[in-house]
Design a protein around this ligand. Sequence first.
Ligand code: SF4
Length: 278
Amino acid sequence: MKVTNTHGLPSVLVKACENQRKPKAESLSCTELIDSPLIHRLKLEHWDYLEVDVSEMVWAMTGTALHQMVEKHGAGTAEIALECEFEGKKITGTCDHLTPDLISDWKTTSVWSVMIGNDWLNKVAEQLNIYRYLHWKMTGMLIPRLSACVIFRDWRRSEQKRNPQEYPSRNVIEYNVDCWSVGECENFIRERLAFHADKEYVCSMAERWAKPSTWAVIKKGAKRATRVFENEMQAIDMAVTDSSYEVDYRPGAHLRCDEYCPVRQVCKWRIQNDDIDI
Ligand code: SF4
């Protein structure tokens, strides 16, 4: 994978991104295992042709800086390399921070990640439970607690006041994550490996970070919608009840396909925002 620098950013950033981890056919990292099998397959097939710009990797680099902070100031052990053989496949992972009674992961992300549903936090739970499983396979010790410390890089107090029910209450939150049994974890890994073995696998809507199209009912002159529907007829039904209402169509998007997927240059299943209505 070639790292480009189309905006002429400082060379220190380029250097920090240079060594992208090349995927391997014989093993899967924990992150690869829980992510789309299509992305992993296309990376394997097209690695030398793929390009990523430094500007797209800035947030990944801040994640690395965060891990270095944990390594320097954390009371336990940081950046622990984990691996095991699972039914013929090597599974690997690097756990951010470990103490005898806690495995914790540290992440920076957008508020949007946790507001569009539980998928992002579910992925964090999958990742942490696999680390716990790998650690158990290597040492025989089952760590009793898991947590994810999440820093929201775009958190805004004004938005939190406006929407206190759904918006994260602070710019940094530690989420406690439920521990799975060994059997549950093995079933999950087996299921994920089956997806990765399927050469016809195509990304799900969740893996494409799909946002559905919506129809907002807005009072004329108002900035915010009175109600937002995913069904056009429901929006029209409400709008006809009051002449001050109008309906605003908001097209959906496949955000990852469109802007963020590392293999989007070579993916024939990519859906761009202009292609279809979701
Ligand atoms: S471009 Fe879209 S469909 Fe293709 S691998 Fe990426 S997320 Fe999946």
